[in-house]
Ligand binder design. Structure first.
Ligand code: IPE
Ligand code: IPE
Ligand code: MG
Length: 232
């Protein structure tokens, strides 16, 4: 789905976010984990606006991993509903000139677990925002880097291509994604958790104790400040 058609934005850094800590945020408040996810979706909507207004060219967020399906069914359902909410924020996205994009296990391939309703919401959001020319918001849903890279190698082999950096890069879920400039993970964990491993080889990495639902404009500015530091 990712590689269809429209020209990518040419300016602005690529920011990738592992949005972690929703459950702990809720627990600290005596709330169910689902309340943390609800607050996390709002933080994401705000971060999309803030990032677009700060000239970020590409924002790629980890919405749901290939490993997250083992969570309790009620929590998974709630997270899926929140993705529908996110993909339905069309006015907000258009007001900020943001294009929606998605990466994850392709719907028609073995192993894909994305329910129909989410597939439709993703397709609709991509279509409803395809004329925008600003920031590209890529939501990683049912995404894992190992699945992505393994599939890329399989496809290169099937196409009788030599295995090289260039041929694998061309077979990733969305070959338009530029290298990640800044990778952020919230909530105190210093792990990458199978996110954009190929694309993040030269990324700066920013770990913060801030929980994702508390990730606001000030937090974003602190993270983006890393990009202004000169190389060591
Ligand atoms: C991140 O928050 C959201 C998803 C993984 C979908 P968590 O749900 O992982 O929250 P913690 O890490 O348990 O606090
Ligand atoms: C990473 O968070 C996945 C998403 C943010 C969607 P997790 O909370 O699932 O990661 P681990 O398993 O604790 O590393
Ligand atoms: Mg977590």
């Amino acid at each position: 789905m990712g590689s269809s058609g429209v020209a990518p934005p040419t300016v602005g850094p690529h920011l990738a976010c592992i949005m972690d800590g929703n459950g702990r945020w809720a627990k600290r408040r005596g709330l169910p984990r689902t309340a943390g996810h609800t607050a996390g979706e709002e933080a994401l909507a705000m971060t999309v606006r803030n990032a677009a207004q700060r000239g970020v060219g590409w924002l790629t967020v980890f919405g749901f991993s290939t490993e997250n399906w083992v969570r309790p069914a009620s929590e998974v359902r709630h997270i899926l509903d929140l993705h529908r909410k996110l993909f339905g924020r069309i006015k907000d996205l258009n007001d900020n000139n943001v294009r929606v994009n998605w990466i994850g296990r392709p719907f028609d391939e073995p192993g894909s677990r994305t329910p129909n309703a989410i597939q439709k919401a993703i397709a609709q959001a991509i279509d409803d925002t395809k004329h925008n020319t600003g920031m590209m918001l890529t939501v990683a849903f049912d995404y894992g880097s190992r699945a992505e890279i393994t599939r890329a190698a399989r496809r290169a082999a099937e196409h009788n291509e030599p295995i090289s950096v260039a041929t694998l890069a061309a077979e990733l879920y969305d070959s338009r994604l530029p290298p990640v400039d800044l990778l952020v993970r919230t909530s105190g964990e210093s792990r990458i958790s199978n996110f954009l491993l190929w694309q993040s080889t030269s990324a700066r990495v920013y770990f913060t104790d801030c929980s994702w639902p508390d990730f606001d404009a000030q937090q974003l500015d602190q993270a983006l400040a890393l990009l202004r530091r000169s190389p060591a």
